[in-house]
Write a protein that binds this ligand. Structure first.
Ligand SMILES: Nc1ncnc2c1ncn2[C@@H]1O[C@H](COP(=O)(O)OP(=O)(O)OP(=O)(O)O)[C@@H](O)[C@H]1O
Length: 268
């Protein structure tokens, strides 16, 4: 039985990938026949060493990279069949938080303007989870910062005035601001000091529980993936080699590579 069929995810489906393949110019096959599903309010963890194809898969599902073949369904809409303008709208239902927060901001924009960019672009008002803000931008931005535990005084700062961890918090606030169906977290803590990493992971987890967010959490670090995710998927050389519920991670039938990662990251 194919690995992806091992689980009834037991909740409405947000994202489904079917048999996704990606070959780069020069012939390197980075993604080889990956299928997966993510349910509403679920965090699916994707782990694998550097070069295993995790980011390529993420870029394919975000339709930033053209796949060789495969299907991508978001809220039961076939993204792989949409034309450019429909795709632009559908893509807005997904937000991404990348590894390097500095690269995610325009250095000339204040934190307030960066934060409000997606809401303005999508002509959206105040996100429902913020309660009453009278749709006043200043108030929306301040409340968004509050959600990621940053004081409103940073609204008029520029990205260069914030630490890496603070910038990543702003990137998270920006991602949740448009109430997306799915947030792709691509190594969101990899560029941060070890002391800050756990705090950002805790924040992501708290927000997921509070707002019922759906995540694809990508990392090379199995302990981080284990902390964040209800289900874990393991990639090696572009293929999915293992898929399990968190509670099954230590089961004897795990793939040898999963067992290797468990040892490497000393997951208990
Ligand atoms: N634009 C590209 N052109 C050619 N090859 C690429 C390109 N991007 C990635 N690759 C190759 O595809 C493979 C998968 O890369 P990818 O970045 O998806 O892996 P990854 O698991 O996300 O690794 P990392 O954690 O280091 O980002 C690697 O061998 C990489 O060198």
């Amino acid at each position: 039985m194919p690995l992806q069929e091992m689980h009834d995810i037991g909740r409405p489906e947000v994202l489904r990938l079917t048999d996704v393949w990606k070959t780069y110019y020069g012939g390197h096959q980075a993604v080889k026949g990956i299928s997966l599903t993510i349910g509403q309010g679920e965090c699916l963890g994707l782990v694998g060493e550097s070069g295993s194809g995790k980011s390529t898969l993420a870029r394919c599902l975000l339709m930033l990279e053209r796949m060789d073949k495969g299907e991508i369904w978001l809220n039961n809409r076939p993204l792989h069949e949409l034309g450019t303008s429909e795709l632009r709208n559908a893509r807005r239902e997904m937000q991404v938080v990348f590894q390097n927060p500095s690269g995610s901001f325009n250095s000339k924009l204040t934190i307030k303007d960066s934060l409000l960019e997606p809401i303005r672009c999508q002509n959206k008002g105040c996100p429902s989870f913020l309660g009453d803000t009278n749709n006043i931008e200043e108030e929306i931005a301040a409340k968004l910062l509050e959600k990621v535990h940053l004081p409103a005084r940073y609204l008029n700062s520029y990205p260069s005035e914030l630490s890496g961890g603070q910038k990543q918090r702003v990137a998270i606030a920006r991602a949740i601001s448009v109430e997306p169906s799915l947030i792709v977290l691509d190594e969101p803590t990899a560029s941060l000091d070890v002391s800050i990493q756990a705090r950002v992971l805790n924040l992501l987890k708290d927000l997921q529980e509070e707002l019922g967010l759906s995540y694809l959490f990508i990392s090379h670090d199995l302990s981080a993936v284990n902390f964040m995710s209800e289900r874990l998927m393991v990639m090696q050389y572009g293929k999915m080699v293992d898929l399990c519920q968190r509670k099954e991670l230590f089961a004897p039938e795990r793939h040898p590579y999963t067992k290797q990662l468990l040892e490497l990251f000393d997951v208990k």
